[in-house]
Design a protein around this ligand. Sequence first.
Ligand SMILES: [Zn+2]
Ligand SMILES: [Zn+2]
Length: 499
Amino acid sequence: MQDDFNPGFSEIHNNVPVGRKRSRSRSPDRRPTRNFVKLQDGKGSVLIPSLAGGLLTFKQFMEMQHSPIPLSEAQNFYNDYKSKFEQKHLEIFFAEHKSEPWFIEKYDPIVSQKWQEERNLNAKMMQRIFIENVKNNIFQGLKLQDIGSTTDNLSGQPFFGFDPNSLTLFLKTIPTNISRWEILDVLKNCNGFLSLSMSEPLKSQNFARFAWVLFDSEEHCGEGLQVLNGKQVTQDFRLSPILSRTSSSKNIKIQTPSSIENIENDWKLSAQLITALDREKGIYENPLLISLEQFSEISLPEKELQLDYQLLYLRKIHSFCFYCVEEYDDERMLAAKCGIAHVRGKYDKNAKIFIDPKIETRITTSGNIIKYDKDTDEILAKKLKEFEDKYTVQEEENKYRCDLCKKLFRGSEFIKKHLAVRHVEEVNVVIKERMESIMLEKYLTDPGKLTNPVILANDSMKFNDRRRWEPRKTNENYEDLDDPARRNSKRKIVDYSDI
Ligand SMILES: [Zn+2]
Ligand SMILES: [Zn+2]
């Protein structure tokens, strides 16, 4: 992959003059372009490395320079190179995955909204059940605090956590070309089917996903196991469910000891968070919440219980962990990532009050979420107008030609209708391009996005073209990083955060 970048995808070096080419290379076609940028004072220039291949460290970047660069400027040039490198690799990842269902479900403005609406409906149903359970005292013995003993019954008291194996079938290795909807279509005919949960794509398994199917009773779960076995989803994919037997996520996370004063803050903040997240999902009333007046009148154990209800609600309805400040698609994912429960520590009178600013940020950003609407998308409207204008050719007065099929019309407004009816495919290309540009934007701004691992230049050279870059051997700091004697048996792959 490192060799075959799509050069048209991102014109990084548009305005940069092309520098000398290396004369030593035996394969001229594969020589990387070398780019020079003038220094601020006009004397000397900076050699900007090719974005193909691996990422150079700052040291390597400096070693490849022909003329000295002031350190203050060098860091800026390096940062610029690094961020362009990163951008380029994100665009490559995007191009590789943009047509896969998991990517579309996540980033396509319309499909992701459809999926969000399903989650909203599910949240509404879960909220009704939760409130009902509170009324019926189902959560008796709830205590989300480090009480020094663990529990075998994951979904019972004191934590009422999520038992990943209860009433659940596991679907292994769902290929990248299978969408959530295709699986749902099969599942929804099963008796007692409650919900489908899909993992993030697994990089180690070629972006395949796992899935879990939740049923309402043991009986239905057993029946599902029989009925779904060998069930055809698409021509080349059949289900082969097994009973879920996860052992890894029975852990309970415990916060460090905290001040008892935190109870009130956490109560207040979690209530605000509930209101914000409820609203996002179309829930406008929540009988669980109480007023400040009510809160101040109740005893400490009652205050703790009220807080615990709210924290449990955040987990079960919004798949949100108050302490991690992370949210997931469903409670199963939350349990897998955070733990079946995440509780406050014992009280410590020396601990200071702590408020995580990320929670406040989440509450504030909640109001800014804008639903995508194709009909009011001005950029799309502009693109469609450009498309219409492009294929509307006026021959003479009251005589217009559709430039796609050459048919003649009396007015340009007829061509507009004609294009919409007769050239749907071409119109869809315009729409698809717009959707893809929104997808790219959503992908780039997603803090939890998947990416390809960054490969450092040293390592990529071992596997690709060694002549892509060589340090200047006159440099006194030169070390042959590619020396076989230094070679690790394992290729080093790092995150950006490690560089
Ligand atoms: Zn957590
Ligand atoms: Zn036409």
